[in-house]
Design a protein around this ligand. Structure first.
Ligand code: IPM
Ligand code: MN
Length: 343
């Protein structure tokens, strides 16, 4: 396991996720080897390095990567996001960003009258294409004729593999797949997604539904229960999953898996960022990191351990705000180890 604890609250929450995973290993009879990698703002400011090729090559050899958070106000925006996180997603071909949106008992949603059962969906975000590819440029910079382009690139193969993954997930759940795009405006890419989605739905037997991205935002707030598995492009997925985190009670419980389902390694990270404003205060919620470690264990073929991490995190949630990062991590690890409630 490569650990990229990163910046801000990253190291604090990753320490608790590790503790919980260790407790699961002890209970279910497996060991975990962790290798820490010094990457992020400190390394960049000290050496100018973001992700040296040799380190990237090493990361390509591990079973899985656990990442805390990257980014700090004293590093210009984009340097670490593009140079580290997006580079890992692209170079390791982590083409699925799997983001569960789940309201856990004891967590309050800003939506009125919703119960945990009403918010339980998966967002499958395409993770290697779209506007994230960085195709484009600026001409006549700073002058009156300045122009900038940011080209979104979608490929049939890229879209299709993502849809196949999403359809397989839907088949394990309620069997309902919703494509989210903006086919009424993005007629080229939207058409590609639409045709590919219909073909994959026919081939896999899942029920395919469609929502425009703007309408999907509305439905996530007005009727989140209509969704089972959402599949969508990179940028729509980025935006939708922050909204998803919000309706499920905030970033404290939002986990994600950047997957290459066909080969090792995949990368697991909480959706939240480095939160520099609360770094070092002990106030960061480690639950999203623990749930990300749960996705990691599941991906590595330890479903019981994964379920124990989720159950441990859920058991610790009521009143979580009253505990420090470490105290909450201890409660979770205790629940994972013993299989009981933390009290
Ligand atoms: C996310 C983040 C990243 C993204 C940033 C940090 C590059 O917002 O994982 O959702 O846009 O994908
Ligand atoms: Mn995001």
């Amino acid at each position: 396991m490569a650990v990229l604890a990163g910046d801000g609250i990253g190291p604090e929450v990753v320490a608790e996720a590790r503790k919980a995973a260790e407790a699961a290993g002890a209970r279910f009879g497996f060991g975990l080897d962790w290798v820490d990698y010094d990457l992020g703002a400190d390394r960049y400011l000290r050496t100018g390095e973001v992700l040296p090729d040799a380190v990237l090559a090493e990361l390509g050899e591990v079973d899985a990567i656990l990442l805390g958070a990257v980014g700090r106000p004293d590093v210009p925006p984009g340097v670490l996001e593009r140079g580290l996180l997006l580079r890992l997603r692209f170079e390791l071909d982590l083409y699925v960003n799997l983001r569960p949106v789940k309201l856990y008992p004891g967590v309050s949603s800003p939506l009125a009258d919703v119960k945990p059962d009403d918010i339980d969906l998966l967002v499958v975000r395409e993770n290697t294409e779209g506007v994230y590819v960085g195709a484009g440029g600026t001409v006549h910079r700073g002058g009156p004729a300045e122009a900038a382009t940011e080209t979104s690139i979608e490929t049939r193969a890229g879209v299709e593999r993502c849809l196949r993954f999403a359809a397989a997930k839907a088949r394990q759940r309620a069997g309902r797949l919703t494509l989210v795009h903006k086919t009424n405006v993005l007629v080229h890419a939207g058409d590609l997604w639409q045709r590919a989605a219909r073909a994959v739905a026919t081939e896999t037997g899942v029920a395919l539904d469609y929502a425009h991205a703007d309408a999907a935002c509305l439905y996530l707030v007005s009727d989140p229960g209509r969704f089972d598995v959402i599949v969508t492009d990179n940028l729509f997925g980025d935006i939708l999953t922050d909204l998803g985190a919000a309706i499920a009670g905030g970033l404290g419980t939002a986990a994600s898996a950047n997957l290459n389902p066909d080969s090792s390694p995949s990368l697991f990270e909480p959706v939240h960022g480095s939160a520099p404003d609360i770094a070092g205060t002990g106030r960061a919620n480690p639950v999203a990191a623990v749930l990300s470690a749960s996705l990691l264990l599941d991906h590595l073929g330890e479903p019981e351990a994964a379920a124990a991490l989720e159950a441990g995190a859920v058991a610790a949630l009521p009143g979580a705000a009253g505990y420090s990062t470490q105290a909450l991590g201890d409660r979770i690890a205790t629940a994972v180890a013993g299989g009981g409630s933390p009290d």
